[in-house]
Design a protein around this ligand. Structure first.
Ligand code: ATP
Ligand code: MG
Length: 180
């Protein structure tokens, strides 16, 4: 599985609809300071269901929506889609390509879509659980996270190993079953 494409529209600095295609292997995004490189990783976290404004480097929900510039009016909606190549069927779906979309308006509500069909945030979270890719997966490692892992207490480190080993899914389901 690999990230094939990301499409941004109204997300942070990406007012115009922007499509970026990736190839298997290593891809690099380069550009001057403030040109939007980190906004692209924020978009990936966001579409995977990130709910923490702080992690997305904002101070309020609306900060993911294009806020306007000298020449351009603010936008009312932000939308991000990612297309994943799933030809190895690592994601348990019968599709060789999986498209995930998240859309939000200034009112704050988010809509999620899986291959263009509306779904819940929970469906996205479950789909990625134990793949190492979800919002809490280790496919996105930011600067501070390396330090965090090194400084973590043994119990915290154990959680990281559990997610990586693929048993988190069962722990979450057990907890849910116990609550019912
Ligand atoms: P660096 O090399 O310094 O890490 P970068 O390429 O990672 O830079 P980003 O942090 O992705 O840059 O982009 C920052 C830019 O995005 C800033 O100019 C900021 O004004 C703009 N930006 C962030 N949120 C919004 C928003 N909601 N609307 C418009 N612009 C935004
Ligand atoms: Mg940056």
């Amino acid at each position: 599985m690999y990230l094939k494409k990301i499409e941004l529209h109204g997300f942070k600095s990406f007012a115009d609809r922007t499509e970026i295609e990736f190839e298997p292997g290593i891809n690099a995004i380069v550009g001057p300071n403030g040109s939007g490189k980190s906004n692209i990783t924020d978009a990936i976290r966001w579409v995977l269901g990130e709910q923490s404004i702080k992690t997305l480097r904002g101070s309020k929900l609306e900060d993911v929506i294009f806020a306007g510039s000298q020449k351009r009016k603010p936008m009312g909606m932000a939308e991000v889609s990612i297309v994943l190549d799933n030809s190895d069927y690592l994601l348990p779906l019968e599709y060789s390509e999986v498209c995930i979309t998240r859309r939000t308006f200034r009112s704050g509500e988010s809509e999620f879509y899986l291959n263009k069909l509306p779904c819940r945030l929970k469906d996205i979270q479950e789909l990625f659980m134990d793949t190492g890719i979800g919002k809490d997966g280790y496919s996105i490692i930011s600067q501070g996270e390396v330090d965090e892992f090194l400084m973590a207490r043994p119990e915290e480190r154990r959680l990281i190993f559990e997610e990586t080993a693929g048993i988190m899914k069962y722990k979450v389901r057990k907890k849910e079953a116990e609550r019912k």
